[in-house]
Design a protein around this ligand. Structure first.
Ligand SMILES: [Mn+2]
Length: 316
């Protein structure tokens, strides 16, 4: 992969749609690595950088939107943290004739690129970029460290997920030595919410119900509540953790209505309940214990379909 990148005229590094800190942090760290290697590189995504990642240095260099004309001189595209081609929101015509590299840690990754660097053992794609930086013998700078820290702290749910290992903590020690600022990251990512988010959270928690004798927990937010609070999908990031944190719950489900009758479903599971498979069966994907899908229909229809899938998963 290193040789392909070095041989490129210009590399377009791209994050997935509805970007999170892992995809943006990976994008920024990879951009910095390629620059350090002397490769011409540009960062562009279909969707804008979410507020919580904007503190990471060089995030302001990321352009967004559906106009790709300024990328016409790119001959290589590297996607980060995207499990399928559709997650990039890129038109097929744009990709045609370009070399594509896919760096990702989703178990459900469809290996859609020419070169696929996919490893579901990693806690975050950012940690894969960290290893790539080491493999390229480039020394970690503060931008890379800050970006990878943002990726890892969020994708591990602040080092609480079972994907967190001793290696994760050793890497984080190196990131801090190289200039990642824990206090700043905590402030920007976890202590910088608007009050309206909590109005939305109150409504979301109003919908919290338990099923399967307390083994599954459910939260749903219809789109009119987002409109009423002026909030968007990125503001309800983490709501599912409340459902997941109830004693006895094995599977947590969050249903978010993105637009009328279009539902974004997030699912979290406790081992051995493989919600990645559950989400794949519903047309989505993700990790073994954190996954999601998009479904169309009324709330009742969608909830019933997800309920049946959770039912089957809990019995497996
Ligand atoms: Mn990730």
């Amino acid at each position: 992969m290193r040789d392909v990148l070095l041989a490129s005229r210009k590399v377009h590094v791209v994050a997935h749609v509805s970007p999170d800190c892992d995809t943006i942090g990976s994008q920024i760290a990879l951009n910095a690595l390629l620059r350090a290697l002397g490769v011409d590189v540009v960062m562009h995504n279909v969707d804008a950088v979410p507020r919580i990642c904007r503190y990471v240095p060089t995030s302001e260099l990321i352009t967004s939107g559906k106009d790709f004309s300024h990328l016409s001189d790119c001959d290589t595209i590297v996607s980060v943290d995207a499990g399928s081609f559709s997650r990039l929101g890129l038109p097929k015509s744009y990709v045609q004739g370009k070399k594509m590299v896919n760096i990702d840690h989703h178990a459900s990754n469809t290996h859609y690129a020419d070169i696929n660097k996919v490893d579901a053992r990693y806690c975050a794609t950012g940690a894969m970029i960290y290893d790539l930086i080491q493999a390229c013998d480039v020394s970690l700078d503060a931008t890379m460290a800050s970006a990878i820290y943002a990726a890892v702290v969020t994708d591990t749910s602040s080092f609480r997920n079972i994907t967190t290992t001793a290696d994760t903590h050793r890497m984080v020690a190196e990131l801090l030595d190289a200039g990642a600022d824990v206090a700043q990251a905590s402030q920007e990512i976890y202590q910088n919410f608007r009050k309206e988010r909590f109005d939305l959270l109150r409504d979301a928690l109003d919908s919290l119900t338990l099923e399967h004798d307390g083994r599954s927990a459910w939260i749903a937010v219809p789109c009119h509540l987002y409109e009423a609070s002026g909030m968007t999908g990125e503001d309800s990031e983490g709501f599912i953790d409340y459902a997941r944190s109830i004693a006895g719950v094995r599977i947590a489900v969050f249903l978010r209505e993105e637009s009328p009758d279009c539902w974004k479903i997030s699912v979290r599971g406790v081992p051995p309940y493989d919600v990645g498979r559950l989400a794949s069966a519903l047309g989505g994907g993700g990790h073994q214990y954190a996954a999601g899908c998009t479904m169309h229909g009324s709330f009742q229809q969608v909830r019933q379909q997800v309920y049946d899938a959770v039912d089957a998963c809990l019995q497996s």
